[in-house]
Ligand binder design. Structure first.
Ligand code: F6R
Length: 519
């Protein structure tokens, strides 16, 4: 059997099984399931009936699949909370496939179904039968997947991450398509929350994990600035347990590329209990969050195979900017003169990201990465919207290069972290032109004075910034609110090239899963 998740009552079940004579070879919750299935099978029932009976006994979150020697050619699978996708190969003897998410199966089939909570599927060559835990047959829900096979191949790149970084201009253009209209307005399609309901909202909570959280941080700046609507950003695993104050005038926005991250999903469920309106920004059509939310805004990045989020992160920021503009459109722009400039700049993002990724730029970043191949510690600094960019740059480096990288708001440096800056410490600063540029450069001067080696993300042609840097990561300039979309690109490339210089598998970093379906 294969099990993903946590069985909460496994100790008491194990205790009971031991008294019945079962011998355990490990101290894991997973083994308990195997023993429970064995117990049912020895009573003479089929594998499917045994799994159903077992799942009626266990508490917790799980997606699992079981085979047994007595019933060759059969896989029985079930789930609660943790996701499970079913795929079927073509033809009568079509293979049955199971996975946590769609990209894992894209190379094998285009026909997918989703298993709901407390359902069990019996897969045999060419056939599948879905039932409830009581054995009642149910119609499985087919998933509409328009991702093509090409998207699941490397297409000439050495790895998926490299390919996905370079797909970002297209992914952003697709995410804007049909939403940013020629008349300078935003239209949000699969939204399912009415304009009146949105006008009623007096507070927004953005809830997410990891890179999606960093994207969510940008939304706070955008929604508060453009729509003057109070916005809080929370790490999903904290939000759930800290008694946030929510009511029917609260909009909770879950940001999750997979739409399956358990902490974000449970945070949304928590918010539902307080009558809040729930919306999700997801890359996966019909993901668990998308199915449960009142409104969905899909990022159209295509499947992301590399474990480190790149194109999904950028498109999340773009989707959140669209949401901020939409809310401002409904409630009136804080500064009406802003609107026209913003729409024009948003529409240009694909072209500007393309420029940040041009072969010459990529080669420059690779060369800079080569100079830091032996560096073990990095600081990433930013202010305002540059702060989430610094956090995301640091996270990318940590997860694929296994190097220590700290992201800080630059103004916070003197409250402690500056003690760590010594001659040779590498500081990567986001120093593109926003209203805080001068203050950011003041912070850069502080670290330079202590001997740090400074790498700055700077706008093309900005020699004044370049003069304060040992190395420069050049990016095109845009409206400050959209700068996170562009400024993070060289930081993705920096992490990518450093990781490759170390010989790491950038697509499958150690200890990490693409979809985090356990707490
Ligand atoms: C980082 C990364 C993770 C995810 C996080 C949330 O590169 O991929 O930090 O961003 O696990 O995942 P989703 O967006 O699927 O909820």
């Amino acid at each position: 059997m294969v099990h993903n998740g946590i069985i909460e009552n496994w100790r008491e079940l194990a205790e009971q099984l031991r008294t019945e004579g079962h011998t355990f070879v490990s101290d894991t919750d997973t083994e308990v399931i195997a023993h429970l299935v064995e117990r049912e099978l020895s009573g003479g029932c089929s594998l499917a009936a045994a799994v159903r009976a077992t799942l009626r006994e266990v508490r917790g979150a799980f997606a699992l699949a079981v085979m047994c020697a007595g019933e060759p050619g059969t896989i029985v699978a079930g789930r609660r909370v943790s996701p499970l996708i079913i795929g079927m190969g073509d033809g009568e003897s079509g293979e049955g496939l199971l996975a946590s998410d769609i990209p894992a199966l894209l190379g094998r089939t285009r026909r997918f179904w989703v298993l709901d909570d407390d359902q069990v599927v019996v897969l045999r060559p060419g056939s599948m039968l879905v039932t409830t835990l009581q054995g009642k047959e149910v119609e499985p829900k087919e998933l509409h997947v328009d991702w093509d096979l090409e998207a699941a191949e490397k297409g000439g790149y050495p790895d998926f991450m490299g390919k996905e970084i370079h797909e970002q201009p297209r992914a952003i253009a697709d995410t804007l398509l049909g939403r940013l209209l020629a008349d300078g307005t935003v239209e949000l399609d699969e939204f399912r929350i009415t304009d009146d309901e949105l006008r009623h909202v007096d507070k927004v909570f953005v809830v997410a994990c990891g890179s999606s959280y960093h994207a969510g941080m940008v939304a706070k700046y955008a929604i508060e600035r453009l729509a003057r609507l109070r916005t809080e950003i929370d790490i999903a695993s904290e939000f759930r347990y800290r008694d946030p104050v929510l009511d029917d005038r609260t909009l909770v926005v879950g940001v999750s590329q997979s739409g399956e991250t358990i902490d974000t999903l449970q945070a949304m469920r928590e918010a539902r209990q307080w009558d809040a309106k729930i919306m999700v920004i997801s890359n996966v059509v019909d993901s668990s969050m998308a199915r449960e939310a009142d409104g969905v805004l899909y990022t159209r990045a295509g499947p992301e195979v590399g474990v480190a989020a790149t194109k999904t992160h950028l498109t999340q920021v773009v989707a959140l900017e669209l949401l901020a503009l939409y809310l401002a459109q409904l409630r009136g722009f804080a500064e009406p003169a802003d609107a026209r400039v913003l729409f024009a700049d948003l529409a240009r993002l694909p072209e500007l990201v393309e420029r940040a990724l041009a072969p010459g730029r990529d080669a420059e970043v690779a060369e800079i990465a080569g100079k830091f191949a032996d560096t073990r510690d990095f600081f990433f600094l930013g202010r305002h919207v540059g702060f989430p960019v610094a956090l995301e740059g640091a996270l990318k480096l940590k997860e694929i290069s296994y190097l220590r990288a700290e992201g800080y708001p630059a103004g916070e440096l003197k409250h402690g972290p500056i003690a760590l800056i010594v001659p040779g410490t590498v500081v990567v600063g986001v120093a593109t032109r926003t209203h805080l540029w001068e203050k950011m450069m003041g912070n850069v001067a502080e670290v330079r004075a202590r001997g740090a080696t400074v790498v700055l993300v700077a706008n093309e042609g900005d020699e004044e910034t370049a003069a304060q840097a040992d190395e420069v990561l050049w990016v095109p300039r845009t409206h400050p609110l959209f700068a996170p979309v562009i400024d993070v690109v060289p930081l993705q490339l920096l992490a990518y090239h450093i990781a490759r210089a170390h010989g790491h598998d950038v697509d499958r970093p150690r200890n990490l899963a693409k979809t985090v379906t356990v707490e």
